[in-house]
Design a protein around this ligand. Structure first.
Ligand code: NAP
Ligand code: 8YV
Length: 326
């Protein structure tokens, strides 16, 4: 320890204002700036009491699993940037007295906006129409007519914080909403399906907004896509792992579903070539929460969690798997 501030390891790339705020209260070690990561980590392992981590698409980032956390005998808290924390083994952390925090709620509206934007772009082929204009095709004729949101029912896979923000927007579009989750969500007016397959059979759009990780891996598989049917549209703003990517590619290629709008992929930032070359997809580079405003709020919540923990008051937004107090 260089002074009496707690030693904090930063994994992944944080906005500069977050790093600055952390540097004023912690002795900060930036893993992504080290040339020899293993030597860097073993040099600070005995001092690190806190980790700040981003769910990042950069290959240099690491999963915060038991093997990683075990290196730091004094580790007390892992503060993750983002609401999804499938890159952190929270169960292992909880079993070893380490608290994990995430950044819920502050991004709900942004991600819901992105989901609706992606849905509209996918149904009405708006990015494809723009490319048509840019390629100077308009003077040869109008862009072909597209599908519509009218007469569609949307099935949300997940009716949590962001799911409910998406549903509210769909209500304003006069689009009927139904949902699937493991148990009914108290206080929402939408029809609940306990079986995803039943819901896929009765809707025209599926929007995926559940956590990633083992519990949801390949939840949307070939059978679900087949049930969605040839007019069906899949929107994924959750995690790539929730959708069987090979089954999705096959379903799009074989016209088992109409189209897909994807903000997330199995192996980011690698996106399968087959998807990139398809016409009936809209693909985004994981930008669900990526506005200056919302990323600042998420960064601030990471800082506030760490400050609250360091002051002895306990973290503000611990995840359910880990203890609420330091
Ligand atoms: P949340 O409030 O915890 O809601 C999660 C929902 O998923 C709940 O309705 C939950 O209901 C359901 N669920 C969980 N496990 C399930 C399972 N195995 N099968 C079916 N339903 C399941 O989470 P949130 O704040 O809305 O965030 C959701 C996820 O969105 C995050 O975890 C993250 O991965 C993703 N996300 C992506 C972006 C982006 O940039 N694209 C941005 C933010 C978040 P039950 O517990 O009753 O099943
Ligand atoms: C961010 C996200 O892309 O919150 C999440 O779960 O996926 C996004 O908001 C991510 O957290 C940035 O690291």
């Amino acid at each position: 320890m260089s002074d009496n501030r707690p030693d904090l390891l930063v994994v992944g790339i944080f906005p500069p204002q977050v790093v600055k705020a952390l540097q004023s209260k912690f002795s900060v070690h930036l893993m992504n700036e080290s040339r020899d990561v293993d030597a860097f980590l073993s040099g600070i392992a005995d001092q690190v009491r806190a980790i700040a981590v981003t769910y990042s698409s950069t290959p240099s980032n690491r999963r915060i699993d038991g093997e990683f956390m075990r290196q730091f005998p004094k580790l007390e808290i892992v503060a993750s940037f983002g609401v999804g924390y499938d890159h952190v083994d929270a169960k292992w952390a909880g079993a070893h007295g380490i608290v994990v925090t995430n950044t819920p709620d502050v991004l709900n509206e942004e991600v819901a906006d992105t989901a609706l934007g992606l849905l509209l772009c996918t149904v009405r082929e708006l990015p494809q129409a723009m490319r048509y204009l840019q390629d100077d095709n308009w003077r040869r004729g109008n862009y072909p007519l597209t599908a519509t949101l009218r007469d569609r029912t949307v099935g949300l896979i997940g009716m949590g914080r962001i799911g409910q923000a998406i549903a509210r927007r769909l209500e304003a579009f006069a689009v009927p909403v139904v949902y699937h989750s493991r148990r009914p969500q108290v206080g929402v007016p939408y029809r609940y399906f306990s079986r995803l397959l039943d819901m896929a059979q009765s809707v025209d759009v599926l929007i995926v907004i559940v956590p990633g990780g083992a519990g949801t891996r390949n939840l949307v598989n070939a059978e679900v896509l087949e049930a969605l049917g040839p007019a069906g549209i899949l929107i994924n703003v959750a995690r790539g792992s929730v959708v069987d990517e090979s089954a999705l590619i096959a379903a799009l290629r074989d016209k088992k579903i109409l189209s897909a709008g994807l903000d997330v992929f199995v192996n980011e930032p690698d996106v399968p070539k087959e998807l990139i070359e398809m016409h009936n997809v809209v693909l985004l580079p994981h930008v669900g929460s990526a506005s200056i405003y919302t990323r600042a709020a998420m960064g601030q919540l990471v800082v506030d969690n760490l400050l609250s923990w360091a002051s002895g008051k306990g973290p503000l937004t611990p995840v359910p798997e880990t203890p609420a107090m330091p």
